[in-house]
Ligand binder design. Structure first.
Ligand code: FE2
Ligand code: FE2
Length: 282
């Protein structure tokens, strides 16, 4: 099995159309390592890719993002949201654009999870809401890779989900020997994303495995559960994944918090659904 796993892992790493960072984001990543680089300089480089920056601006100005119509430029977005968040948004729009037809409902599920992650993060200590939100947005990115690059296996996974009535990642384990969380972990590592994004993505189904980003991982885990439980979007299977009780406890939230969050979510989901962020006008 290990040989086989290594083979697929290598296959994943070598595929050209694998969601690599867009050229612009790679360039910007390098620049951002230099402390003397300003948000303006970064914004200028990103803006050279107009289609990409257009999509990012559209996303941050949507009701999903909570700054409706207020962010006029990429450098503005970098100042307000921070570079890591903007970089992850660039990845998100690039990746999800490629997969619109892949896993039906996954973009909505991801947006939903991003919204819930931000809401939860606002109520707990030690968790940056913007960072949590992009972790939520990218958490199932491995599923994009499975559906696009391992399409034969993807068909087998879908069959197994129905036949055995198991969740997506259990079916992946049987078919591939690894899961979309593993893929997400490899990808985010190769993209040099911060650990507060890496761990929530790699461990969103086993949140207690997180070593450094325990709270952000618990946030995305609970957010994923709530998004599925409320039936917003689809994760590629009809089942709501189990909730790890200890992860919920880690957040230190009360039942009253939960009730308020669920109430707020009803409205948020409605406005995002009405807006259809990715499809129209492009
Ligand atoms: Fe997942
Ligand atoms: Fe998910």
């Amino acid at each position: 099995m290990d040989m086989e796993k290594e083979k697929i892992r290598r296959k994943i790493k070598s595929i050209k159309s694998l969601p690599t960072l867009p050229a612009v984001a790679q360039k910007v990543s390098k620049m951002a390592e230099n402390d003397n680089t300003s948000a303006q300089q970064l914004g200028k480089i990103i803006s050279t890719d107009q289609a990409l920056s257009g999509r990012v601006l559209r996303l941050v100005n949507s009701s999903f993002y909570g700054f409706p119509g207020r962010i006029s430029s990429i450098s503005n977005a970098i100042v307000l949201l921070g570079f890591d968040v903007v970089k992850s948004l660039i990845i998100s729009v690039s990746v999800f654009e490629m997969m619109e037809k892949g896993v039906i409902g996954l973009w909505e599920h991801s947006l939903g999870c991003a919204i819930v992650s931000r809401m939860l993060a606002k109520r707990v200590d030690d968790c940056d809401p913007e960072e949590a939100s992009v972790a939520g947005l990218l958490h199932d990115i491995g599923k994009v890779v499975v559906s696009m690059q391992l399409s034969e296996n993807y068909e087998d996974i879908k069959k197994l989900i129905v036949e055995k009535k198991i969740i997506f990642s259990d079916a992946e384990k049987e078919v591939l020997g690894f899961t979309h969380q593993d893929i997400g972990g490899w990808l985010t590592e190769s993209w040099n994303l911060p650990v507060n994004l890496q761990e929530p993505i790699a461990y969103h189904h086993q949140p207690l495995k997180a070593q450094k980003a325990k709270i952000p991982t618990a946030v995305v885990h609970v957010a994923n559960f709530l998004t599925r439980a409320m039936g917003f979007g689809s994760g590629g299977d009809p089942w709501t994944p189990p909730l790890e009780r200890k992860a919920w406890e880690r957040l230190g939230l009360t039942m009253q918090d939960l009730e308020e969050i669920i109430e707020e979510l009803g409205d948020e989901f409605e406005s995002v659904e009405a807006e259809s962020l990715m499809s129209e006008g492009e």
